[in-house]
Design a protein around this ligand. Sequence first.
Ligand SMILES: Cc1cc2nc3c(=O)[nH]c(=O)nc-3n(C[C@H](O)[C@H](O)[C@H](O)COP(=O)(O)O)c2cc1C
Length: 471
Amino acid sequence: MTGRAFSSDSISYLTQREAAEVDEMLMGPAPGFSVDQLMELAGLSVASAVAEVYAPAEFNRVLAICGPGNNGGDGLVAARHLRHFGYAPAVCYPKRAQKPLFTGLVTQLESLSVPFVSVEDLLGGELLNGFDLVLDAMFGFSFCGAPRAPFDELVRLVACLSRDKAERDGKSPVVVAVDVPSGWDVEEGDVSGEGIKPDMLVSLTAPKLCAKRFSGAHHFLGGRFVPPAVAEKFNLCLPPYPGSAMCVRIGKAPQVDISALRVNYVSPELLEEDVEPDPMDQFRKWFDDALAAGIREPNAMALSTSGKDGKPSSRMVLLKGVDQDGFVWYTNYESRKAREISENPNAAIMFFWDSLNRQVRVEGAVEKVSKEESEQYFYSRPRGSQIGALVSKQSSVIPGRHVLAQLYKQLEEKFSDGSGIPKPGNWGGYRLKPRLYEFWQGQPSRLHDRLQYTPDETEGKKGWRVVRLAP
Ligand SMILES: Cc1cc2nc3c(=O)[nH]c(=O)nc-3n(C[C@H](O)[C@H](O)[C@H](O)COP(=O)(O)O)c2cc1C
């Protein structure tokens, strides 16, 4: 592994025969998958890809049109997962396969009260008005020839959706195709011109040749189950899947109109009578909420400083301690931020907790923490981070990555006997002592709540004054 980014130009596309051979090998003695397992993983990949692009709040009503073969089975599994993801799927499954695998999938959907709709209902016009998203799981990589009734009509109907989209002012459902858009040739694409033109294509295992001709907005790959032996045998070059994802985007980045990106925040109101009198207590409360909400790195904060020239600069740092005296982070005392702080101790930090629609701003003066406090934290860090602190002359210009790697290696060898790594003198903590806080809670129609705390003294008693600011 070189760690280089995967290039989507190098991805493998399969012929129809290769796709069949890969499938056969996957279900052969090694690696020995069953068709049920592959179908389950394929359907889960499709549902995950749908959820990644089309949020259930906006695209709730999903129609899965399932064909008689395995592609239809993938659609049934996807519909079941989408139901669990919070969508309201319905299924059109006119030519039901009778094998236990498929009858079982139908029973599972029925036990989730997923409705089955008839072809007649769809042809009667319900399709256009009743759904936000149509999942085309009619035909997959093994299909050839022309679709037979009733799928010929269904393909025509779904194909019309994309063709007439502009005329219908974006009111028609989006179309997501499973592996191969129905009506397409598996290798040549939409040769008849009458196939489905999906907005999203979820290729499974590896994209088929026809996917090169896909021009919709979102191309994903799913089917995270190909073991190295199968990839090697077929010379497959497939992208890495991020983290624990069941799908990965392989097409171009989505084209979006930045000016149209907006979220309507819906949150509980933040009222003066509900907040803590001490802003540090309020901060802790919100920090606990951020932890409970599973936000990744809730302690990441933007730190803004400016030197004597008054020009501000911002960067992220990690909050490593919080107490009545303030907010602590660690860094290099010779970095740009350190130079600016030495020239001007006034700084601002800011937390943004996306899924909670919350922002916290804190402003105040910054001072170094004691050497003992810095040492205590330094020695609690993993050895790799300790060596890293020694290696990096933060914010200075270096000729290339290799310099860091070389120095890291040298130091790793130097301390390979397990001896203690001394804290560098130019590394340590800072504490921002707050003199202003603002708690921001996003609300619908941009009528956000903003409560600002500033120090206050009444009758010789120190406290905080809370005011509401206009959003
Ligand atoms: C999420 C996140 C957390 C970071 N945490 C720290 C940190 O705790 N300390 C630090 O020195 N740099 C941290 N960095 C790197 C800084 O953003 C920045 O690149 C570095 O401190 C140099 O900044 P400067 O040149 O303005 O001094 C973090 C970056 C990110 C994205």
